[in-house]
Design a protein around this ligand. Structure first.
Ligand SMILES: *Cc1c(COP(=O)(O)O)cnc(C)c1O
Length: 255
């Protein structure tokens, strides 16, 4: 009895906390976007390393889209949480995990396509395992900071090749939504108005939109740099820490 009450109180506290921070971030994003004359910036809450119960609390508040970074964690959450959640995979993608991802019926987007091979695999696996679940919306991830350890494409040829695949008749179960990048830590903490990495991504949008008559969306900006991203024309910001609080470190997760 006591334990039940204690648990309910914990849940109530967490629910208030999460809804408050979600609403605060949402207001900040919307107010800033409006002040810059940008009308539609989508806020994607990033729930990686946070419990499914946190996602459920925001779902109960009306939120339907969430970003996740780890395939196993996403498979688990997708299996226990409501089926109308639109999951965005935003983590480092491995070719051999494309199949597992494509099997998740309510996988809505994969934002980290960084090779032709992965785009082809994802399409094939979706066609085979979830043929009627709807096309997966894909973003091509571009390495805008030229840091060797960062994921993403940076050669012109590679980028064009992947985009052309998405526009070809072969791409029956995937669809190109836009471009994504992760700004370098240094640049995002430089307090400057203009983020060099975001400028590179915006430039790629211009080039590709013109070349292929597209209107690509941009996914850039996280807790530390979302204002720069909005200023530089993003369509979506991906925010984890400011909504869910600090994440446990990898070491803590293993313990
Ligand atoms: C973790 C992560 C985020 C959220 O980062 P925060 O700094 O916690 O807001 C956004 N995008 C990607 C690709 C991430 O891996």
């Amino acid at each position: 009895m006591l334990r039940g009450i204690a648990r309910r109180t914990m849940t109530d506290i967490r629910q208030k906390q999460l809804i408050n921070s979600y609403e605060a971030v949402k207001s900040e994003v919307m107010a800033y976007a409006e002040s810059k004359g940008k009308s539609d910036v989508f806020l994607l809450p990033v729930s990686k390393l946070k419990p499914a119960s946190d996602v459920q609390l925001l779902y109960d508040h009306g939120v339907r889209s969430f970003g996740e970074n780890y395939v196993q964690e996403l498979i688990h959450k997708a299996s226990v949480l409501p089926q109308d959640i639109r999951w965005h995979f935003i983590g480092g993608l491995q070719t051999n995990k494309c199949k597992d991802l494509a099997k998740i019926p309510n996988l809505y987007a994969v934002e980290t396509i960084d090779s032709l091979k992965k785009a082809v695999k994802l399409n094939e696996a979706r066609a085979k395992f979830q043929p009627t679940a709807g096309k997966i919306l894909c973003n091509v991830q571009i390495n805008t900071s030229d840091e060797a350890q960062k994921a993403g494409l940076f050669s012109d040829n590679d980028i064009l090749e992947v985009v052309q695949f998405f526009l070809s008749p072969e791409a029956t179960h995937v669809e190109l939504g836009g471009l994504m990048t992760i700004g370098s830590w240094d640049v995002s903490h430089a307090e400057s108005e203009e983020n060099r990495d975001f400028a590179v991504l915006a430039h790629w949008k211009q080039v590709l939109d013109a070349k292929f008559s597209l209107n690509l969306k941009l996914s850039m900006g996280m807790s530390s740099d979302f204002k720069q991203a909005i200023n530089q024309g993003t369509s979506q910001v991906r925010i984890g820490t400011d909504i869910f609080g600090a994440r446990p470190s990898k070491a803590e997760m293993r313990a």
